[in-house]
Every structure is written in structure tokens, then in C-alpha cells.
Write a protein that binds this ligand. Structure first.
Ligand code: ACM
Ligand code: ZN
Length: 779
């Protein structure tokens, strides 16, 4: 009796104390939905009033031992951030507890989370459901919960909420390329934790590529003895690393032992993440051919390349039975290590020239009645698909596996846009959407001149947020075949874990929401307001996330009649406090709040910075806009630019905005296999003495400087005479280079300027050559 009274009294006191805490907080700081920053946004959230407050005595009631791993995340956080050892119990406590409750009506990954004054209930129907419930609870706690060391005097409270949540898509992935640069298993595990934090459930490991074989295969030890190491040329640009000389020691590389893989897979299982292995074939396998040349057509010795290799011609021979025996043996070991239902076999970017002459490949084509090498690749993948499905697994491959006919049970990963996904889903195949436009995290995420070197492209976080794996033109039946989406982080330009983090975060947060949350009400403005508090959590977690979304960029508009240029400054965050100064004025003393576009009618330097609490933060924007005599004047094209690179349209060449080394930045006009020839109408007789043509060379994606440039002038718009010509013969150039070609001449009056730029037309390997021009500066 005595104990019962004591117990009741104690409970009352605790309840009273908790109420006071809750009320106090409510009075001073009422919680609204704006204060809840969960990413990805839950499907349904109702806010109550008051809080649940964790104490050192808070218990976790987890009746099912299979779900203990889900609770671990919270236990570990409280251990680290509060130095508390919260207890897991098997009897339902009476107050101040977190309860896991099984609910057989919920979908596999769904959960509900109910917070009241005395306890938190998480309902789920699987490990994943409970795990996501815990991750949501973690995001409801103060951001200090992410601290790597104990923090005192934090009230560990969560607002009273009722959340019902489940994902929109079942495949929510990230691919890490561990071939181009190798990353240790500790980083892989950290990444798994971060995937789980964002409710992502798939880690795709790209274990094989030309530049390194990264998984131990017991039956073929040379794959890692030889294939996992290359000459260390990390000091040179990726595309300027010459092939290995024989006497050099191969020092750069590494691989996962089978024990490492078991550790990774077990770790991922405890976080609800599936690890999908990718074993590339038939191309992107120079590392394997260097180890076992007998599985190629030519059987010639090759070395593991240290950098860019294109086109990829050293591929597996599709004629020899021994190739298939080798690959089946490799996959047998791989499938024993990875429980994943999906096994990725690559299949992309095979240049099949050797197959056209190889006697084994030719014999195979004859025997199987295959009309071309595309059908031979299809035979290859179909054969692997039969093997993989005979083991109860599903083959997945890049969208090239559609060429020559798709294997019956295959799932397609659509990377060359969404076309592959549309085609495969229309044929009744499942697809995972990873279009380069939105999902390639090796692309730039901010202005190229302020970002570390990246592959190319431009995929800022706001663009990732626009991603939708279901394409508008899909039928309902096609949409049902969309398993989800995935980000791919190719690692050619990513040598360190810090750099890898930089490329992943915060873009992964945007992707997680596009794959988890309902499409309705998705808003970049609202999402970006939740991104800022997430940054604080990233900081506590020690993640080297990119601040690129804060970078100031300029957008210009030309007024064709007044020839005034307006320059609009912005960051990716709406309502950023930007201040600017012009020309020699100092930002510190003369900074003006930016409220509307700046007008320019002469050469002007704009300096600008983002301000936070009245202090400048981040990189200063500093750009000089060179005004010239052709600004805003009409341009007539004798040869029209490509639809793919239209720049800013008809006044692109005279809008004073220069392109960057990012050829996707929207400032470039381009011609493929054709010359540029245009005429600028100066609208009145104007004295001229020079004309400059801004160009770019980036030979990787077939962009070449013009081989000749000529400027012609006219005083009537009809007859033109040449005032100068520059010849520039083709040279191999491993770098990305911007170049202004200037033609100077004696001062003279003209009404029209004609500019001709001669294209290389064909690349040295025979494809179409691009010619890129961003501005014609007339003075
Ligand atoms: C790819 O990006 N080659 C799949
Ligand atoms: Zn062959």
C-alpha cells in the first residue's frame, strides 16, 4: 500500500513537472508547423500542444528483438549527445517511455508516430517502419541530438504530433562509384547511416570499372592483385593521365575483402538499407582484362588505366564460353555475399568494334542467328539474366541493355534521360529512374568558377527537387513499373570522402523528399526553409555539405530598344538578403540592399554578398560586365545553332554575359558538324576597330575551338569585305579552356558585322564536333 501511494505521488509530481515544462515552453514558444523541419516531409502530420520530454530515465519498450536495431540509433544518439544510457525494457512502463507497437495493417515501410505528454508510440509492421519512426523522432528532437559530444542544459523535448507516414516509391537509392576512386568500408558505413537518416533504402555499389576492380573474388585472385591497383597519377587531370609504362609500380587502389563486404552488408541490414552490387559487363572492365586478358577478344596485355579511357574497346569476348563461365563464377561469389534481390550487371557504353572482327564473336553471331553486335550484347545480357534468375535474383542494368532486345526478367536503370525508362516500362519491365539531368551528383551544383572540378553538367539542389521518377507522358500501367529513383555519384573527380560528402549533401535531402513524400504541395520555397535547419544537423554530424545553393548568380536581360541590360542577382534560396556595390565602391562601406535588377549601360563591375544577421557570409560575387557596341543589336544567323544549346536565344551573342567552363550553363550557343555564320546589324554607322569571339574547348565531350575565324564589315548590309582572319589548326587539348579570339583592324565605319567561325566538323575519332560560342564583343 505504502509503495503504491509513493508511486502514485511520484507519478503525479513528474506529470506536474512535465506539464509545467510543456506549458512553459508553449507559453514562451508556441510550436507551429513551421517549427517542424522533417526531411523527407511526412505524408500527414497533425500538431498537438505541449511536448514529450526525455529524461535519463526514459525507457524504450521494444517487445520484438528483431526491432532492437531500429532503437539503437536513438540509444546511440542519447549516449553521445547527452551521455545518457537509456534503457530498453520488455515490460510496458507506466510513464515516460517510447513504445514500439506492431500494426499488421501497415505497409512494409510505413509507420505512425504519436507523441503525447507521457509517451511516444511508434507503430510499424517491419524493421524498416520502426526504423523510419525513430529517424522522424530524431528529427523532432533539438538539433543538438546530432552532437558528437555531450551537450549540457538541452531540454530533450519533442513536440506533440500525430504522424502517419509511408514512402511514395520503394526504390530510394544512391550509387557510390568506388572504382574511379576507392573509399574504405568505414566511409561506406557512414554513408549507410546517412541514407537511413534520409529514409533512403538502397545503396548501389559500383564495384567494377576500367580504373579498378574493388571486390575480392576467391576463384580469381588476380582481379584484385592486379585489377585493384593502378599507377598513381592523382596529380594529373583525369583525362590527361597517360597509359602505364611497364616498369612502374602500381600504388593507387584498394578493394573490399569478402569479410569487408560481409561487414558492410550486415551493417546496412541493421539500418534497413539494401546493398545492390554492380559487376559491370561487357564493358567498363579494363581492370578485369588487365588481370585476365584471356576473357577479351584480342587477348593482348593491357594495364589498369589511371584516368579517362574513351572509347572503351577492351571488353569481354562474347564468343568464348570461358567468358560466361568466368562471369557466372564471379556472380556466384557475389550473390553469396549480397542478399540483394537485385544484381546489377552494368551493360553501358560498350564499343563493340572488337566483336566485329573477333572469330569467336563472329562464330557466336552465326550460331545464334544474331544480325549485329547490338544483338550480340543482348545475347550476352540475356544469358546472364537466365543465370541470375535461376538463382532467384533479378538482373538490373543501365538502359543500354534495351539495345538489341531486353532480357525477359530484367529491370532497367534509365540514365540517358528518361527514354530507357519509358521504353522498358511500356514493355512491362520495372524501371529505376536515374536521369543525368536530375540524378547525377557528379555534376556541378553551383557556379563553375567557385566549385571544385566536376564532371560537367549543372544539377543544383533545386533541380534535384524538381525530379519526378514518373514521367508525365507515362500511362498508369507504365507508372506502376517505376520502382523509384536514385542518385549516381561517379567518382572520376572525387578523390576524398570530404569531397564525396560535398557532392552528396544537401542534394540527397532533396532527392529523399522527391522519392518519399507525396507529390502534392511540393514546394521548393517551403522545402528550402527546412533545408537551413538541416544544415545545422549536418554540421553536428560532421558532414562536409555544399553551401553552393547560397552562391549568388546573375541573370541578365537585354532591352532591345534601349540597349540597357538588367542584371538580376539571386541565390537558390528565396528572400536571401543580398547587398551589392558597383565599380570601385566597397561592399563593406557602400553595400546597398538588393531589391530589384541593376541596370547597366556601360562597362560595370558588380560586387555582391549574401548577408546573414547583417554580416556578409560566403563567397563574394565579383563580375565585370563588359558593355560593347553591339549590345542588344539584332543578330541574323546564316547557319542556325543547335536546338540543344540555344543559349539565351537570338540576342545571346550580344547580351554581355559570358559563359563559364560549364557548357550547360545556358550562355553558350553551339553548332554540331557545322560552321557558325552570323551578321550583327549595328543599326547605324559605327566606328569599329576590333571584334572578339568567345569560344570554348572541352575535347572530352567533343567541343573544339574553331579552326578559322573571319570578320567582315559592311556599310550597307549587302556587300561585306574581310578585315581579318585567324587560323588555329586542331591540337590535342586535355583541359577545358575558354578562349577569346580577337581580330583587330584599322578604325573604320560599319553598319553590319559578319562573323564566320569554321568548325572542326569531325572529331579525330569520327564523331560530330561541336563549336561553342558565347559572345561577340564589338568595339
Ligand atoms: C553511366 O553513366 N555510364 C551509366
Ligand atoms: Zn570476341
Amino acid at each position: 500500500m505504502k509503495t503504491k501511494i509513493n508511486w502514485a505521488l511520484k507519478s503525479l509530481i513528474i506529470l506536474f513537472a512535465l506539464c509545467c515544462l510543456g506549458c512553459q515552453n508553449k507559453a514562451s514558444n508556441p510550436i507551429t508547423e513551421k517549427d517542424i523541419h522533417i526531411i523527407p516531409k511526412p505524408k500527414d502530420l497533425k500538431l498537438g500542444s505541449g511536448h514529450f520530454v526525455f529524461t535519463e530515465k526514459t525507457k524504450l519498450y521494444v517487445p520484438n528483438n528483431d526491432h532492437l536495431g531500429a532503437a539503437d540509433v536513438l540509444l546511440n544518439r542519447f549516449k553521445t549527445a547527452a551521455n545518457w544510457d537509456l534503457e530498453v525494457v520488455k515490460d510496458l512502463p507506466s510513464t515516460n517511455f517510447i513504445q514500439f507497437k506492431n500494426n499488421g495493417n501497415l505497409d512494409h515501410e510505413a509507420y505512425t508516430l504519436n507523441v503525447n505528454n507521457t509517451h511516444v508510440t511508434i507503430e510499424g509492421n517491419s524493421f524498416s517502419g520502426f526504423s523510419y519512426g525513430i529517424q522522424t523522432l530524431r528529427q523532432l528532437l533539438p538539433s543538438e541530438i546530432e552532437s558528437q559530444q555531450p551537450i549540457e542544459s538541452v531540454v530533450w523535448e519533442v513536440p506533440q504530433v500525430m504522424i502517419t507516414d509511408s514512402p511514395r516509391f520503394k526504390w530510394r537509392g544512391l550509387m557510390l562509384d568506388v572504382s574511379r576512386h576507392f573509399f574504405q568500408k568505414e566511409y561506406i558505413m557512414e554513408t549507410i547511416d546517412r541514407l537511413a537518416y534520409h529514409k533512403m533504402n538502397t545503396l548501389h555499389l559500383h564495384l567494377v570499372d576500367d580504373q579498378g576492380w574493388r571486390i575480392e573474388i576467391k576463384k580469381y585472385p588476380k582481379l584484385t592483385d592486379i585489377g585493384a591497383y593502378r599507377v598513381d597519377q592523382e596529380d594529373k587531370p583525369w583525362n590527361a593521365r597517360p597509359p602505364q609504362k611497364e616498369e612502374v609500380n602500381n600504388l593507387y587502389g584498394g578493394y573490399f575483402t569478402q569479410e569487408d563486404i560481409k561487414d558492410i552488408v550486415a551493417y546496412a541490414e541493421r539500418r534497413g538499407v539494401n546493398v545492390v552490387p554492380e559487376i559491370e559487363m561487357p564493358a567498363h572492365v579494363t581492370s578485369a582484362i588487365a588481370s585476365y586478358p584471356e576473357f577479351s577478344c584480342l587477348e593482348e596485355p593491357v594495364t589498369v588505366p589511371s584516368g579517362g579511357l574513351w572509347p572503351i574497346t577492351d571488353i569481354y569476348c562474347a564468343g568464348k564460353e570461358s567468358t560466361f563461365e568466368f562471369l557466372e563464377n564471379v556472380l556466384t561469389e557475389v550473390m553469396a555475399l549480397f542478399p540483394s534481390k537485385y544484381i546489377h550487371v552494368g551493360g553501358d557504353e560498350a564499343t563493340k568494334t572488337n566483336w566485329k572482327t573477333c572469330k569467336h564473336c563472329q562464330k557466336r553471331m552465326q550460331l545464334e542467328g544474331l544480325k549485329n553486335v547490338e544483338e550480340l550484347q543482348s545475347y550476352f545480357i540475356k544469358r546472364m539474366e537466365r543465370f541470375i534468375s535461376s538463382k532467384g535474383r533479378i538482373l538490373i542494368g543501365w538502359d543500354e541493355i534495351l539495345e538489341g532486345g531486353l532480357a525477359p526478367g530484367a529491370t532497367v536503370m534509365s540514365w540517358r534521360g528518361v527514354k530507357g525508362g519509358l521504353e522498358a516500362s511500356s514493355e512491362g519491365h520495372d524501371v529505376v529512374m536515374t536521369p543525368g539531368t536530375h540524378c547525377y551528383f557528379d555534376h556541378y551544383q553551383g557556379p563553375m568558377d567557385t566549385e571544385p572540378k566536376a564532371w560537367g553538367g549543372f544539377t543544383p539542389v533545386s533541380k534535384v527537387y524538381e525530379f519526378d521518377p514518373v514521367v508525365d507522358s507515362m500511362t498508369q500501367a507504365q507508372a506502376e513499373h517505376v520502382l523509384g529513383g536514385q542518385a549516381n555519384l561517379w567518382a572520376e573527380y572525387i578523390p576524398t570522402t570530404a569531397h564525396s560528402e560535398y557532392m552528396i549533401f544537401p542534394r540527397l535531402a532533396a532527392l529523399s523528399e522527391t522519392l518519399w513524400s507525396p507529390k502534392t504541395n511540393r514546394s521548393w520555397t517551403e522545402f528550402s526553409s527546412r533545408l537551413v535547419p538541416l544544415f545545422k544537423r549536418y554540421e553536428y554530424q560532421g558532414i562536409n555539405y555544399a553551401r553552393s545553393a547560397y552562391a549568388i548568380t546573375a541573370e541578365t536581360e537585354v532591352n532591345d530598344s534601349t540597349h540597357v541590360i538588367t542584371v538580376a542577382l539571386k541565390t537558390e534560396f528565396p528572400d536571401t538578403d543580398i547587398r551589392y556595390a558597383l565599380n570601385d565602391d566597397l561592399l563593406e562601406t557602400s553595400g546597398t540592399s538588393y531589391t530589384m535588377p541593376i541596370e547597366i549601360d556601360s562597362t560595370t563591375t558588380i560586387k555582391a554578398s549574401r548577408y546573414d544577421h547583417n554580416a556578409p557570409v560566403g563567397q563574394v560575387f565579383n563580375k565585370t560586365f563588359n558593355y560593347h557596341k553591339a549590345v542588344g543589336k539584332p543578330v541574323t544567323y546564316n547557319t542556325l545553332y543547335s536546338n540543344s544549346y540555344q543559349g539565351k536565344g537570338s540576342n545571346n551573342m550580344v547580351n554581355i554575359v559570358r559563359g563559364t567552363k560549364n557548357f550547360h550553363d545556358g550562355q553558350w550557343q553551339a553548332w554540331i558538324g557545322n560552321n557558325m555564320d552570323l551578321v550583327i546589324d549595328l543599326e547605324s554607322s559605327t566606328e569599329l576597330s576590333e571584334v572578339t569571339i568567345g569560344t570554348m574547348e572541352n575535347q572530352g565531350p567533343s567541343i573544339y575551338f574553331p579552326t578559322q575565324i573571319e570578320v567582315l564589315l559592311s556599310t550597307d548590309g549587302k556587300s561585306f569585305s574581310s578585315v581579318g582572319k585567324i587560323d588555329r589548326p586542331f591540337k590535342v587539348n586535355p583541359t577545358i579552356e575558354l578562349k577569346d579570339f580577337t581580330i583587330r583592324f584599322n578604325k573604320q565605319q560599319a553598319t553590319h558585322v559578319q562573323v564566320k567561325a569554321v568548325s572542326l566538323k569531325k572529331t579525330p575519332s569520327g564523331g560530330g564536333a561541336w563549336l561553342f560560342v558565347d559572345e561577340i564583343v564589338v568595339n
